[in-house]
Design a protein around this ligand. Structure first.
Ligand SMILES: [Zn+2]
Ligand SMILES: [Zn+2]
Length: 194
């Protein structure tokens, strides 16, 4: 009953317009490149399909594994893996830009500065992103600012700060996308908030 002839991944041009992309939920038009990920479930074995580009944005590890296999026939025109990796990076950045405030992250570089004290934020140390009121001409909007954990209490106390003390810890847990222990470690560095 095990169909061990099926490869874990397949990349091909959709043979019909009947499959649906598991990432974007839209139809995969006939002829479009699709990635199939083998699923062995209680009801049998089969491929779950994704647009190749959708898969690159959301699950690049699978795309990389499929290219390494390789999961496509010689002669099939597939985009260079670097192109798909670039798609993923762009999507990642867009997701980060859409992140709800406040959140905490590990500073990816040592180049950012704390908006409260002006000092640099060390690479790999916690960087807390809060909302501060920013005026664009006559418009007032809230924009993200980076601060040190130890500068959070002071920033939350200012009038321009749009992040509230109330529920701060819960919001940080909900928005950061990190495991609870890591967020708790950041909260410990932040200390008590008035
Ligand atoms: Zn899709
Ligand atoms: Zn600071």
């Amino acid at each position: 009953m095990v169909e061990d002839t099926l490869a874990p991944y397949v990349i091909e041009e959709a043979r019909s317009s009947r499959s649906r992309c598991r990432t974007c939920r839209k139809k995969i038009e006939k002829g479009k490149l699709r990635l199939g990920i083998l699923l062995e479930g209680p009801y049998g074995t089969g491929y779950l399909w994704h647009h190749l580009t959708c898969a690159a944005r959301r699950r690049l590890e699978d795309v990389e594994a499929a290219y390494a296999q390789p999961a496509f026939e010689k002669g099939l025109k597939v985009p260079a893996l670097e192109k798909l990796q670039a798609l993923q990076e762009k999507a990642e950045k867009e997701r980060a830009d859409r992140k709800e405030l406040p959140y905490v992250e590990k500073a990816p570089t040592g180049r950012s500065k704390c908006k409260r004290c002006g000092a640099g934020i060390e690479q790999d140390s916690f960087r807390v992103v809060l909302a501060r009121e920013v005026a664009f001409g006559s418009q007032v909007r809230s924009g993200p600012i980076n601060v040190h954990p130890k500068c959070v209490a002071e920033e939350l106390d200012t009038e321009d700060c749009m992040t509230e003390v109330e529920g701060f810890g819960e919001a940080l847990h909900a928005h950061s996308g990190l495991d609870a222990a890591t967020v708790d470690a950041a909260l410990a560095e932040i200390g008590s908030l008035g």
